[in-house]
Design a protein around this ligand. Sequence first.
Ligand SMILES: [Zn+2]
Ligand SMILES: [Zn+2]
Length: 262
Amino acid sequence: MKIKFASLASGSAGNAYVLTADGRSLMVDCGIGCREFLKRAGEAGVDPRSIEAVLFTHSHDDHVRGAKALKKILPDVKFFASALTAEAAAEKTGLDIDDFLVFEHGQPFEAGAFSAQAFSVPHDTPDAAGFVVHAGGFTYFHATDVGSPLESIGKNLEQADLAVLEFNHDEILLAGSNRSERLKRRIRGPSGHLSNHEAASLAARYASARLRKLFLAHISRECNSPHLAEREAAEALAAAGKGRIPCLALAQDEVAVFESEV
Ligand SMILES: [Zn+2]
Ligand SMILES: [Zn+2]
């Protein structure tokens, strides 16, 4: 089976990730506009018509903004979200609540060619989710917008062949940034975002020998850098004897592609 992963956008200005197995695709989040989506899909060599399903992590704008426009160009695409995410996303985007198929955390469901399962992540919106997605024996892990590096999230990471994990901020850069104290508290808090340190520790503890690549996602432009995130991840993995796992920071405005035969 031919697996392809493409990050089309990653960060607080928009998120869109596409996983393809033998030509059939699933997208996680649709937080970029239609024109941008089509342009980046083209750059990544992703055929938009191959996308059969979109899984939504939560209802923040940077994850749902492009959903309505996507539905216009891909009328048959199926949207999956938790009940509260579906409700909030429908209200935000002008989609109908019936445009969403609702999943329960921990219950496997079929999404196009894939079997998926959501798990709960703490974030400052109700019912936020991460995902494990299976295609044959291949497992993809996805968690961005995660307030705390919970063991339950790590347990899902353990089974992954490919993982996208939030490395939002560097704690020192966040402290020194000119963001308000209130916003800093929110970002650091248990329902905010993962720091490099938290994410690296989680990955170092739970990544298994199966993991072929760790993508570092939702990197803050003001309070982090790809280099810092990659260094923190690589050092933590090496210290745990897992230094062979390659890490790559995803960018807000550049596509990244991973391909493998499994
Ligand atoms: Zn976000
Ligand atoms: Zn969010």
